[in-house]
Design a protein around this ligand. Structure first.
Ligand code: NAP
Length: 343
């Protein structure tokens, strides 16, 4: 007997990816319900070779739903996740609303799958920020070999990380530039086409942005509170996949060759690292893929025990939808959640 799954935000970037991943992986669902706002009620979304009619969130009865994968933004999640969780339907949430709540596990299955068992306090599990997910997948196997003391990360984040309207803005601005029309910036604070913007999410008092703060706080919660991390997050005119330059300081030496062979064996990681033109991954190639790709691994001789690497992954998949589906699979495979129908 299978599970009943609701996908909230089914018409959005992450929600659509969620539906295709559930279908691709043959997720053990008897029924999948597509949910969005009232604006989308009655429209259709694809689920494998079927189409599903979208229901408005207010009209869904969650009492017989087992799992709700939610990607409708922070304010919707703040309001709805506790109500849905109270009906013993586990919410796996993609927003930042619950990530820092002590009673809510923040999970990347390759790194801290055991934490998922803590979902019973609120029936909510948080998915990390897209930039954090791919970072910790690449750091964990190295941290197991030599403890990481400090990380300096610079991100090159695609516009899909800001939702479907942001993708439209890059497309519309690019076309406007080619036909000499005026360029309008609505979603981003400055023009994104043929440009880049060193600002994602709101500014905090110390001058960091919230996106940069999230990477620091989430790496500590998922991987190790002792790791010091500083980030600079930059939006770039790429449609899908986030890239990161990662400088790491360890407590003992680890060579580039050692790191390469550890990462080759690590779950979720794929190393592409040839010292020749094209011997590395680019965001365009990672789009639509599940892996976290690692290239340009080299020793950083400007610090003690340092390594530098280039990490790329599809932000809509590992950074959001895939990670959420993997969390649901952990609950099922470990026997932590039984279908309500079976009770
Ligand atoms: N994109 C990424 O890389 C990424 C990564 C990690 C986490 N996230 C998070 O995932 C969430 C969604 O991101 P996205 O990129 O998919 O955004 P998006 O493309 O803008 O989609 C937003 C979705 O939320 C739905 N929604 C909006 N208001 C709603 C309401 N009142 N009730 C029910 N549904 C409502 C929308 O439905 P309508 O079409 O009906 O408006 C749409 O399906 C955000 O919290 C984001 O921070 C995104």
């Amino acid at each position: 007997m299978g599970y009943k799954v609701a996908v909230v935000g089914a018409t959005g970037n992450v929600g659509r990816e969620m539906l295709s991943i559930l279908a691709e992986r043959g997720f053990p669902a008897d029924e999948v319900v597509a949910v969005a706002s009232r604006r989308s009620q009655g429209t259709e979304v694809s689920f494998g070779d079927k189409t599903l009619k979208v229901q408005a969130l207010e009209h869904v009865d969650f009492s017989d739903v087992d799992i709700c994968v939610m990607s409708a933004g922070g304010s919707i999640s703040k309001e709805w996740s506790p109500k849905i969780g109270a009906q013993k339907c586990v919410v796996i949430d993609n927003s930042s609303a619950w990530r820092y709540d002590e009673d809510v596990p923040l999970v990347v299955p390759e790194v801290n799958a055991d934490a998922a068992a803590g979902f019973t306090k609120k029936y909510i599990i948080a998915n990390p920020n897209c930039s954090t997910a791919q970072l910790v997948v690449a750091l964990k196997p190295l941290h197991d070999k030599a403890s990481i003391k400090r990380v300096v990360v610079s991100t090159y984040q695609s516009v899909s990380g800001a939702g479907k309207d942001a993708m439209d803005e890059l497309f519309t601005q690019t076309r406007a530039i080619f036909v000499s029309d005026p360029v309008e910036a609505k979603k981003f604070p400055k023009r994104i086409a043929f440009n880049l913007i060193p600002h994602i999410d709101i500014f905090m008092e110390d001058g960091f942005t919230k996106e940069e703060w999230k990477m620091m706080a989430e790496t500590k919660k998922i991987l190790d509170p002792k790791i010091k991390l500083t980030a600079t997050c930059v939006r770039v005119p790429v449609f899908v996949s986030h890239s990161e330059v990662v400088n790491i300081e360890f407590d003992k030496p680890i060579s580039a060759d050692e790191a390469r062979s550890i990462l080759r064996e690590a779950p979720g990681c794929l190393v592409i690292d040839k010292h020749e033109p094209g011997g590395y991954i680019t965001p365009y190639e990672a789009a639509g893929e599940d892996a976290t790709y690692i290239s340009r691994i080299r020793e950083d001789i400007t610090v003690e025990n340092g390594l530098t690497m280039w990490v790329v992954s599809d932000n809509l998949r590992k950074g959001a939808a895939l990670n959420a589906v993997q969390i649901a699979e952990v609950l099922i495979n470990r026997g932590l959640l039984k279908p309500k129908k079976a009770a």
